[in-house]
Write a protein that binds this ligand. Structure first.
Ligand SMILES: [Zn+2]
Length: 118
């Protein structure tokens, strides 16, 4: 049985490989450090891309982005903005390109929506 003192608060082992001592704050977990810096880097990168895209946002791109962020489908956006579905798809593709979003259709949409809030 492993007691809670054998792992950090996120469940990583306090072993020789994963542990180092910071003279100021004591025992540190390398895995937590790594995860933290990965998340921090990703957030920072998304924020930078968002700012850059914001600056360079033309036509109805920002409006469509906002509607995506509240969960509307391309067809619904087309309906509320009196656009064709095809032109909404064109705007979506420009947004993905400007924001550097890659992957399959649904995961791209989820990321785009999340970036509006961040
Ligand atoms: Zn940890």
């Amino acid at each position: 049985m492993v007691s809670s003192t054998d792992t950090c608060r996120n469940g990583h082992p306090w072993d020789e490989v994963n542990t180092y001592i910071n003279p100021r704050v004591g025992r540190q977990c390398r895995e937590c450090d790594r995860l933290f810096s990965v998340v921090k880097y990703r957030r920072q990168r998304e924020r930078e891309l968002q700012q850059r895209a914001d600056y360079n946002m033309g036509g109805n791109e920002k409006d469509v982005w906002k509607l995506v962020s509240i969960g509307l489908s391309n067809q619904e956006i087309a309906n509320v903005r009196s656009l064709t579905r095809r032109s909404v798809e064109g705007v979506m593709n420009r947004l993905y390109a400007k924001l550097g979003i890659e992957g399959d259709g649904n995961s791209k949409r989820v990321r785009l929506a999340r970036m509006w809030r961040s």
